[in-house]
Design a protein around this ligand. Structure first.
Ligand code: ZN
Length: 53
């Protein structure tokens, strides 16, 4: 089973059933709800800053 991680809330998301997806930096990210995608879309750089710290 292939599972992706929602970068906003950290939930495991099945790409097949993900509510939304977004391509950034050559990778596709999957989201549990569209609201998570919208947050990511608004400020992807901030999301990566969180992940690094
Ligand atoms: Zn989410």
């Amino acid at each position: 089973m292939c599972v992706a991680t929602d970068p906003i809330c950290g939930m495991d998301v099945d790409p097949e059933t993900a509510a939304d997806q977004f391509e950034y930096g050559g990778e596709t990210y999957y989201f549990c709800v569209t609201a998570c995608k919208e947050k990511f879309e608004k400020d992807p750089e901030r999301v990566f800053t969180w992940k690094l710290s």
